[in-house]
Design a protein around this ligand. Structure first.
Ligand SMILES: NC(=O)c1ccc[n+]([C@@H]2O[C@H](COP(=O)([O-])OP(=O)(O)OC[C@H]3O[C@@H](n4cnc5c(N)ncnc54)[C@H](O)[C@@H]3O)[C@@H](O)[C@H]2O)c1
Length: 572
């Protein structure tokens, strides 16, 4: 530790590692001190010259005599003073919360920005860019961010925040960290949290709201780590702020606001990989995807679609590819899967892979998921779409009809969710699982007893899983289309209905609802993390009616007619 003078303030500066290595400066937020980076610094010091300091008014640093001296001019002056004192011409800056706000501000200041070799932003947007988002962002996104930013207004009130810091706030902050699985402020001499909390209020009073300054960002490599459970920064704000950067890498981590405390290994690895790349090293797969992700859409994502050889699966694989994702097209029909992946490669110049798998077969699904993860990485999105239909009266269904329907439609989804869900959770960068159910999930009928049962189970499975995986930053959506014009009726099995096949094939074709429209709903569901998405007219009406009047749905089920009916039960 050494003390560095910056105006009338003495800053406590801490160094670790070999000064010959690239310098990484870890800048803390509010109401933290340099010690919030303890674990990350310990993981980085063998490879980098790690520098930290307590910002003015915090930890072992002094506080300015004038409360107005917490403005960005002073804060950026402190950063420059530390770099000068340590003789650092260039530094890789990593900022969290207010430390990140300072980093963004430094990018806009000619006197310091040339000294930034790279910048990693965690849990804190640029104020200039955030102000622009608040003015011009989508109204719904802005409203969501305003709700999360409630405390900014509160901290700017007179007297009240001071009273809160002297009473409940220290305990509230510690509880917030514990809730995230992070240890509260590490071993600090006496209790300076209240003092630092009181001092730091001047940050909010002196620098907010973000002035209408130029939000443009210079060409400095910029990594944004988006914590999926950050209580203060919405994904929409992260994305909007990133758009200003000419060269950015966008990462996700399933964690709360203090990701560097709850998941230090993951944060340290992201910082190390990025700094090494900015120093001229090659980009690994994670970084390459982070770069593509920053270009928007589904760029840089890996998407697995089952049943991708035909209908809704094919349209979904194509739609993800059209938005920049790499796609794995899986199907029991390998020729169809290969054909779709080749079409995608040709039409969108995107990497796509055609793979054979029977989703009903547990062993095959285990091999499939293991191979995908080993060869292409953990998928960001999995669409469990493969499905079959058996139509006919319940008394005409054989045990095999039931078994095959449940094996493909339900067990196929269970396998997909289990295997890929576990890998996503372990990776810790979030993700999304889409399960394709059907209107049949909530609309009983005499036509599709096994099929409807399997789809109702898929919907319930998805709801349960959504609750469980939310904590990992993994969304789960159930898609419930009504009738869609695909080959499903032609591929279906008909229990006892002579003439049913032609009738069903003709009916579905006549409905004229293309699978591409279902695919668009699937992409939107992932983008917005929607829980249940009824698709098309009958899908939406059915969903609404099933909730308003389940009795009416049961009545309608009686009316559904079997083609060529009033004949004895029998097979096909
Ligand atoms: N078409 C509709 O009207 C409609 C309506 C609601 C829901 N859905 C659901 O949408 C999904 C896709 O259906 P579609 O209409 O595109 O049908 P489709 O028959 O056109 O395509 C289904 C694809 O799944 C593949 N498949 C079948 N069994 C498989 C298995 N065991 N392992 C791997 N792949 C397998 C098929 O080879 C085919 O390529 C299904 O889950 C279906 O239940 C369809």
């Amino acid at each position: 530790m050494r003390m560095v003078e910056s105006g009338d303030v003495r800053l406590a500066v801490f160094e670790e590692g070999d000064p010959a290595d690239p310098a990484v400066l870890l800048l803390h937020g509010y109401p933290d001190t340099h010690r919030v980076w303890d674990e990350v610094a310990a993981l980085l010091r063998d490879r980098f010259h790690v520098v930290r300091y307590d910002v003015r008014g915090a930890g072992a640093s002094g506080a300015p005599a004038n409360r107005r001296d917490y403005g960005f001019d002073r804060l950026i002056g402190d950063l420059g003073a530390v770099l000068d004192a340590l003789g650092l011409a260039k530094v890789h800056l990593v900022g969290h919360d207010w430390g990140s706000l300072q980093g963004w501000e430094a990018l806009g200041r000619p006197e310091i920005r040339d000294r930034l070799a790279s910048f990693t932003s965690l849990g804190g947007p640029g104020l200039r860019q955030a102000a622009d988002f608040m003015r011009r962002g989508r109204r719904r996104d802005v409203a969501a961010q305003r709700i999360r930013s409630w405390y900014i207004g509160a901290f700017r009130l007179p007297v009240l925040p001071e009273a809160a810091w002297r009473s409940v706030l220290p305990a509230v902050v510690s509880a917030a960290l514990r809730r995230e699985g992070a240890t509260p402020r590490p071993g600090h001499p006496a209790d300076t949290l209240t003092r630092d909390g009181l001092n730091g209020l001047a940050l909010y009073r002196g620098n907010m709201p973000g002035a209408a300054l130029d939000p443009r960002v210079p060409d400095v490599p910029l990594q944004i780590i988006e914590a999926t459970r950050d209580a203060y920064v919405t994904p929409a704000l992260s994305a909007a702020v990133a758009e200003w950067a000419p060269r950015s890498w966008h990462r996700r981590i399933a964690a709360g606001h203090w990701a560097h405390r709850s998941r230090p290994e993951a944060v340290a690895e992201m910082v190390a990989e990025f700094v090494e790349h900015a120093e001229g090293g090659p980009a690994g797969r994670g970084l390459r995807r982070a770069r593509a992700r920053a270009r928007g859409g589904f760029g840089g994502r890996l998407v697995v679609v089952t049943g991708a050889g035909s209908g809704i699966g094919r349209a979904t694989a194509r739609a993800f590819a059209a938005h920049g994702a790499e796609v794995v097209c899986a199907d029991i029909d390998i020729d169809a899967a290969k054909q779709v992946s080749e079409e995608i490669a040709k039409d969108f110049r995107i990497t796509a892979y055609g793979v054979r798998v029977d989703v009903a077969n547990a062993n095959q699904m285990e091999d499939f998921s293991r191979n995908i993860i080993a060869e292409y990485g953990v998928p960001d999105v999995v669409v469990n779409n493969a499905g079959i239909a058996v139509a006919g009266a319940f008394l005409d269904h054989t045990v095999d009809d039931w078994r095959r329907t449940l094996d493909v439609n339900l067990w196929g989804v269970v396998h997909g969710c289990r295997l890929f869900g576990a890998a996503m959770a372990e990776r810790g960068e979030g993700g999304h699982i889409v399960n394709v159910a059907s209107l049949a999930a909530f609309a009983p009928s005499r036509l599709l007893p096994a099929y409807s049962t399997s789809k109702a189970a898929v919907k319930m499975l998805s709801d349960c899983l959504r609750a469980e995986l939310a904590g990992h930053g993994i969304g789960v959506s159930t898609i419930c289309p009504g009738f869609v014009s695909t080959d499903i009726a032609g591929n279906a099995t008909y229990a006892g209905g002579t003439g049913m096949r032609e009738w069903a094939v003709r009916g579905l074709a006549r409905r004229g609802y293309p699978p591409e429209r279902v695919a668009a709903h699937i992409l939107r569901a992932v983008h917005r993390n929607q829980a249940v998405v009824p698709v098309n007219f009958e899908g939406k009406i059915g969903y609404a009616l099933s909730r308003i009047s389940p009795g009416a749905m049961r009545g309608l089920a009686r009316l559904s007619k079997l083609a060529g009916k009033d004949r004895p039960y029998g097979r096909r």
